[in-house]
Design a protein around this ligand. Structure first.
Ligand code: ADP
Length: 483
């Protein structure tokens, strides 16, 4: 059992229309580190999804009619409660997802930062005045909430992925129906407990856990009372949702898979590049969509980089996320391990070498040794598909043009990273990189103050920053005549 200062945060019922719904069928949430049961959670179906949509639809007019400042105050209160309860929220997160407690706490603060940010933005959803095109005309542009927002989120950031969606939605006057991953519903429900305590009115923020992902997703996409879908997850599911939303012409934001390149040029600060690669690759045990997936290293520094990175990776401490000093937790499930193994087997079968790691850990279950492969080529699976695990493949390159060509040789375009100290090269490469996010001389790019999102098949729409409300508002233009 998770030990909490406030045990009431471990809520297992659904939150719909300001009420806690339980008593029906349940599903089990397991701790990926131990395999032990953490809780049994209400398993909502399609009919319950429909009821949540109705509640959000009914709540919308009153919520949208509040002033920006009034909504801001609710969000600010919610943010304060998340900060006050950060330790408990982190413990719930580690229990259901496995990441080390310190990293879980980091995620809670990161998630909360979006609520704080959009609480501030709620007051600044400005329109525009356009000079009339005729002498007796004036033109005004209004921004209005799109309506009910349906949200579907993954397990790798059970708190922050929801926070990035619900905060801008509520800030502009939308209401929200969120379906968390069936692997990690407890963090979402704990957020709902605090939303209720913050006084956010019934029906404005609903959380519907359930195992029927396809059925609930189809309902959110097809129901005409939902105006917008916002999704973070795989490109495969993103495409399904886009197709399902077509009949009702849903607005849709998609944060999908990545295949992030990480380029180290000969002129890089090598130690900084090693540090950046360590974070960009091994944060969350490689289970983030902006994780460096392919590491391209110029020939002049290839050996030295590989050696330094191997030393750092060798020092990572694998274990249960609740244990002190652990830097790297378990993978989420058996399928995740199989994928890492498959990528390693494909690479070594085609000539790559294991520099460190390469096997399941002797801790058993879903623990896998942080791994570095050298002698990797662009043709190998590990360079073409997102691994989503602790595997760093090092590809050697000779010149800038070759590095850019390889970096862009993918259907994905979320994040890209490179290290160089040549100013002209920094501009050239940053402009050439086909990604929505570019990290230059840094491996950390996520913050609530910047627009996060991808191009190509990594998705559409942006989360965070002043742009983060754009996807939740409609632009209405009012033409005033006879003046
Ligand atoms: P991941 O590989 O990160 O688990 P998925 O795209 O499979 O990515 O899952 C992301 C979210 O989408 C999860 O909440 C999952 O339950 C949900 N999901 C999976 N399949 C569907 C579907 N057909 N329709 C709607 N949601 C789905």
């Amino acid at each position: 059992m998770v030990k909490l200062k406030d045990p009431s945060l471990l809520e297992t019922r659904a939150y719909v229309n300001g009420k806690w719904i339980g008593g029906g069928t349940t599903f089990t949430v397991n701790d990926p580190a131990s395999g032990n049961e953490v809780a049994k959670v209400a398993d909502l179906d399609v009919a319950a999804t429909r009821a949540a949509i109705e509640a959000a639809y009914a709540a919308k007019p009153a919520w949208a009619a509040l002033t920006g400042k009034e909504r801001s105050i609710y969000l600010r209160k919610w943010f304060d409660l998340m900060i006050e309860n950060a330790d408990d929220l982190a413990a719930i997160l580690t229990a259901e997802m496995g990441k080390p407690l310190a990293e879980a706490k980091g995620e809670i603060l990161y998630g909360a930062s979006f609520i704080e940010w959009f609480a501030e933005e709620a007051k600044r959803i400005y329109g525009d005045v356009i000079p009339g095109h005729q002498r007796d005309k004036r033109i005004v542009v209004l921004k209005q909430p799109v309506g009910v927002v349906g949200s579907i989120t993954p397990w790798n950031f059970p708190n922050a992925m929801i926070a990035r969606k619900v905060a801008p939605a509520l800030a502009v006057g939308c209401t929200f129906v969120g379906r968390p991953s069936e692997l990690t519903p407890l963090s979402a429900l704990a957020m709902a407990v605090l939303a209720e305590r913050a006084g956010i009115p019934a029906g404005v923020m609903n959380i519907i856990p359930g195992t029927d992902a396809a059925g609930m997703g189809a309902e959110l996409c097809a129901n005409p009372k939902v105006a917008k879908i916002t999704f973070t997850g795989s490109t495969r599911v993103g495409k399904i949702l886009m197709k399902q939303g077509a009949d009702t012409v849903k607005k849709i934001s998609l944060e999908l898979g990545g295949n992030a390149p990480f380029i180290v040029f000969n002129d890089a600060d090598l130690d900084a590049a090693v540090e950046g690669a360590l974070i960009a690759k091994f944060r969350n045990n490689g289970q983030t969509c902006v994780c460096a997936n392919r590491i391209y290293v110029q020939s002049g520094v290839y050996e030295a980089f590989a050696e330094k990175l191997a030393a750092k990776v060798g020092a990572l401490k694998l274990g249960n996320g609740f244990d002190a000093g652990v830097t790297t937790g378990p993978l989420i499930n058996e399928a995740a391990l199989t994928k890492v193994e498959d990528h390693i087997a494909d690479a070594t079968g085609n000539g790559a070498q294991i520099a460190t790691g390469g096997h399941r850990s002797n801790l058993g279950r879903t623990f896998f040794e942080p791994t570095i492969l050298t002698g990797v080529t662009q043709a190998m699976k590990v360079a073409r598909e997102e691994t989503f695990g602790p595997l760093a493949p090092l590809v050697k390159f000779e010149d800038e043009a070759e590095a850019i060509a390889m970096a862009n040789d993918t259907e994905f375009g979320l994040a890209g990273y490179f290290y160089s100290r040549d100013l002209a090269r920094v501009w050239r490469v940053a402009e050439a990189m086909e990604t929505g996010i570019v990290g230059v001389n840094t491996g950390i790019i996520s913050t609530e103050v910047a627009p996060f999102g991808g191009i190509k098949q990594s998705g559409q729409g942006r989360e965070g920053s002043k742009y983060g409300t754009d996807d939740f508002v409609e632009i209405k233009y009012m033409c005033l005549g006879g003046i």
